[in-house]
Design a protein around this ligand. Structure first.
Ligand SMILES: Nc1ncnc2c1ncn2[C@@H]1O[C@H](COP(=O)(O)OP(=O)(O)O)[C@@H](O)[C@H]1O
Ligand SMILES: [Mg+2]
Length: 610
């Protein structure tokens, strides 16, 4: 068995970032939604605000440099006091003011863009959720539910992260580099632009390369973390077994070994981070020093002022500061892109059972069921049903019996169209169920399964789930018919009693009666009872049998039965074995025949007598 996965350990993709960036295309229709002018305008305004803020940010140091020169120039001249005061007020306050203004513009984007971002997240999450409900039973049986909801949760978080980092952090920093480079080239000299650009490019390349190199330590760390966690959990789950075998020491040693491996990986991860930081610092400061030397040279030659030098230092500092988090951002962006891709993949997963283009809604079904030479398999390498044919007239009850694994439940899944068949046809009222919309098909079929799972809500809610608009009298009537009203009424909270997760606070028989009540409230033309009572003791079963008798009155009923005594009165009994109908007839006919049914009957009869 694979170890349970640690809730916090994340795996980072091994593919390149550029390859992954294509996932972003999927986001475009959400930030620039077709037909939603408001959102489109907001997105454009938000980006414009960020662009303006970057211009102001680069402009501010130029202001301060000029102020410094103006102050230096006015020293020793007439009216110096007033001049200096004015310049200080104007330029220094101007510098501060500009920087604040830049922040204002940059943050104002939140007011404009936050609704778009939230709307996009909500839309994608809801679409994915709806899609999960469209996907077939086969898909859900193969997946862990927790895994699916995590894909949505992480995908939505990824969108938020990508907006914040790509659109409003990395993007603006690159823009700032371009503006600063252009401003340097125009105001001073192309060399300054070249140095700034070369340093940033080298910095980014170095960070990406070393972060990729570090990822393997991180993966190792995650793996070790998962491992030690799994060991600890497994060991504690087996607490008693550990005691039986006096194995505490062994368990602790095993855990310690796992922790040691984790510690080793963690040390490598930490020290490699230090290497990255040192390299980044070297590059960044080399760039600043080179620019300073160059500027000093120009100052000596009389081509530049000290104020210009100040401007250059400030611009470079401003430019390099956001790069600090580049390693982190790179890793997280990759992770976010992976999460986003997973969510989009989920959205693209095709549902197996779909409505045909010509499918029509049908209401008012009479409930004539016809299986016509039906072949079926779950996996193509294993046939489950072979040439199944039978007919149930409206209002009749047909029982299906046979050994476990014969394919009885499969019949009900096919009728409900959880799966499509490989050959033959299933018809209701003479119409192929593939020509009916799934919604109307399922609206006309009520299903009481063997194990009923309830929503973690009140009993009333669970019964009304069949028809949320049902009023209290209707709910109570359904509960009465299912013989559970008296039980519910006697509870301190009555219909408002919470049933607990999956309905665990109710006994099997009570749950089953709630399931019958809600099916009665649905009032379908066709009723499927799939071993609805086989998990119950025989006294409870007898009680419920009465409720089921009421339920099947006037409806076409397909009942998969475990105890043959409950189906003696069925209009027809089908005996299934290994995917085929091997016998059919009434109880009396089948007994007289002396085949598989008679054998099953005598065995159960003996069991009851014993
Ligand atoms: N989702 C599934 N995928 C693959 N095989 C399945 C699936 N569900 C049931 N089967 C197989 O199909 C056969 C018939 O199952 P089922 O109709 O549930 O039998 P039963 O007569 O006991 O109700 C069994 O052998 C079972 O292993
Ligand atoms: Mg079954």
């Amino acid at each position: 068995m694979p170890p349970p996965s640690h809730p916090d350990a994340t795996e980072v993709e091994e593919r390149g970032l550029l390859e992954q960036l294509s996932a972003l295309r999927g986001l475009v229709p959400y930030v620039l939604p077709p037909g939603d002018l408001n959102a489109k305008v907001r997105t454009v305004i938000a980006i414009t605000l960020v662009v303006i803020s970057q211009f102001i940010l680069v402009g501010a140091p130029f202001f301060l440099g000029n102020a410094q020169d103006a102050v230096a120039d006015s020293v020793g001249r007439g009216d110096a006091f007033v001049q200096v005061g004015l310049f200080i007020a104007f330029f220094i306050l101007g510098y501060g003011g500009l920087r604040v203004l830049s922040t204002l513009f940059s943050e104002a984007r939140e007011y404009v863009f936050a609704p778009v971002a939230q709307q996009a997240q909500r839309k994608i999450a809801t679409e994915t959720f709806a899609h999960l409900h469209r996907l077939s039973l086969r898909y859900h049986l193969a997946k862990r539910t927790g895994g699916l909801s995590r894909i949505i949760e992480r995908g939505v978080r990824a969108i938020d992260f990508l907006f914040r980092f790509l659109l409003f952090n990395i993007g603006p920093t690159l823009l700032q580099l371009v503006i600063a480079g252009a401003a340097f080239a125009v105001a001073y000299n192309g060399w300054f632009a070249l140095i700034a650009i070369v340093v940033v490019v080298a910095y980014v390349a170095f960070t990406v390369m070393t972060t990729e190199w570090r990822l393997k330590f991180r993966r190792e760390m995650n793996r070790r973390d998962t491992e030690s966690w799994a060991r600890a959990v497994d060991s504690l789950l087996n607490y008693e077994t550990v005691k039986y075998f006096d194995a505490e020491r062994r368990e602790v040693e095993r855990y310690d070994t796992a922790m040691e491996a984790y510690a080793r990986a963690a040390i490598r991860s930490r020290t490699s981070l230090a290497t990255v930081n040192i390299g980044q610092s070297l590059l960044m400061n080399a760039g600043i020093v080179a620019s300073m030397v160059l500027a000093a040279n120009f100052i000596l030659g009389g081509e530049m002022s000290t104020g210009d030098m100040l401007t250059i230092t400030l611009v470079l500092n401003q430019l390099y500061r956001p790069l600090n988090i580049l390693g982190f951002a790179y890793r997280e962006i990759k992770q976010a892109l992976t999460d986003l891709e997973r969510m989009f993949q989920l959205l693209e997963e095709p549902p197996e059972v779909t409505d045909a283009a010509h499918a029509v809604p049908v209401d008012d079904m009479r409930g004539r069921i016809e299986f016509d030479h039906v072949d079926f398999h779950y996996e193509s390498d294993r046939e489950i049903l072979r040439g199944i044919s039978f007919t149930v007239e409206p209002g009749q009850t047909v029982a299906v019996v046979g050994p476990t694994g014969a394919g009885k439940s499969t019949l009900s899944r096919i009728l409900y169209r959880f799966y499509d068949i490989a050959g033959g046809a299933v018809r209701i009222d003479g119409r192929d169920i593939r020509d009916i919309t799934q919604a109307s098909l399922r609206a006309s079929i009520g299903m009481v399964p063997q194990d009923t799972v309830l929503f973690n809500d009140t009993i009333g809610y669970n019964i009304a789930y069949a028809r949320p608009d049902a009023d209290r009298t209707e709910i109570e009537q359904a509960a009465r018919d299912a013989q559970i009203h008296d039980f519910i009424a006697a509870l301190p909270q009555g219909y408002d009693t919470l049933v607990g997760e999956r309905g665990l606070k109710l006994s099997g028989g009570e749950k089953q009666r709630v399931a019958i009540a809600r099916t009665l409230l649905k009032d379908p033309a066709i009723l499927i009872l799939d071993e609805a009572t086989s998990a119950l003791d025989s006294a409870t079963e007898t009680d419920i049998q009465a409720a089921l008798g009421v339920a099947s009155e006037g409806r076409t009923t397909l009942v998969v039965a475990h105890r043959l005594s409950t189906i003696q009165n069925a209009d027809q009994i089908l005996v299934m074995d290994q995917g085929r109908i091997v016998e059919r007839g009434t109880h009396a006919q089948l007994l007289a025949r002396g085949g598989l049914y008679a054998e099953l009957w005598s065995r159960q009869d003996a069991a009851v007598d014993a």
